[in-house]
Design a binder for this molecule. Structure first.
Ligand SMILES: C[S@@+](CC[C@H](N)C(=O)[O-])C[C@H]1O[C@@H](n2cnc3c(N)ncnc32)[C@H](O)[C@@H]1O
Length: 280
């Protein structure tokens, strides 16, 4: 950071920035996030050759605004994730969803469609791909495809590469590691990569969950939209659940994070168990 950078983020500039972030992504930044935002933005201001946050607000209101707001949302969003996070959801998929669903799809000759709607750096959609690949090792296969989307270009670039630090190996059972990952060599030593055959099962999209139209096929059988609703206010959650419901096939499942809930939100889904809902 440039040593002369001493600008302070004023309350007014903070209000402007949080309003723009909300307008664009529905992410609500409370008053406690002011110093986090100032810290994360400092490098960006420097990269743009700016010396104060007010000038940055002007950039956001200029012709460059639409591109810059994406950078801003990228900077402030929380991307924490990991393989097999909240593992009960994957067990539920294998034990309770797939047996019946796959029987019906086989009879109808239809493909299985699964969507990870806040995919971050890819661990969630690749976990889904591993779970499906494992299931079809011992069951008659149907065609299957995973869609994965996120608002963050930076996270999507990471996810598409499918390269993770080697400590990822410790989170996964050794037979899964052998089957679905390759160890990096040379300048990729210390890293592992999802094997191409599994990577090719996952189609990545840049998608803002509040866009009018989603570039993802409808009639999804399972949608994982986990650990993103916590950043949205109740009216935004209600809009999101309605939009996701429209993308579910009849009888399809919506899975949200364990710490999230649809309480107080009007929706047309039936509750199956904590954090799992079904379109009747
Ligand atoms: C904490 S991560 C969750 C990752 C994964 N679903 C999990 O549970 O491990 C939240 C992700 O939501 C994305 N996100 C935030 N607002 C979004 C929006 N309006 N549209 C699409 N993605 C959004 C962020 O970029 C981030 O990668």
């Amino acid at each position: 950071m440039h040593p002369s950078f001493t600008a302070k983020l004023s309350a007014e500039a903070y209000r402007t920035l949080t309003a723009l972030v909300y307008q664009h992504s529905r992410i609500r930044l409370g008053p406690d996030k002011q110093s986090m935002l100032a810290n994360r933005l400092r490098k960006r201001l420097h990269a743009l050759g700016l010396t104060c946050y007010d000038d940055y607000c002007q950039v956001l209101h200029s012709d460059r605004g639409p591109d810059e707001i994406e950078q801003l949302v990228d900077l402030i969003s929380t991307n924490h994730t990991r393989f097999f996070r909240e593992p009960e959801h994957f067990t539920f998929l294998t034990d309770r969803v797939l047996p019946d669903l796959v029987t019906r799809l086989t009879a109808a000759g239809s493909p299985l469609r699964v969507w990870s709607a806040a995919a971050s750096s890819g661990e969630e959609p690749y976990t889904l791909a591993i779970v499906l690949a494992e299931y079809f090792r011992t069951h008659p296969p149907v065609e299957w495809q995973i869609e994965a989307s996120d608002i963050s270009h930076r996270m999507l670039a990471h996810a598409r590469m499918g390269i993770y630090p080697l400590d990822t190996w410790h989170e996964l059972a050794p037979d899964l590691l052998r089957r679905y990952f390759q160890r990096g060599v040379g300048d990729r030593a210390g890293k592992c990569r999802i094997k191409a055959e599994l990577r090719n099962r996952v189609r990545f999209h840049r998608l803002n969950l509040f866009e009018a139209e989603y570039p993802v096929p409808r009639e999804q059988h399972v949608i994982f939209c986990r650990n993103v609703m916590i950043y949205f206010d109740p009216p935004s959650r209600a809009i999101l659940v309605q939009k996701l419901t429209r993308h579910l096939a009849q009888g399809g499942f919506l899975v949200i994070g364990h710490s999230e809930s649809l309480m107080g939100i009007r929706h047309d889904l039936e509750s199956v168990r904590q954090s799992v809902f079904r379109k009747p």
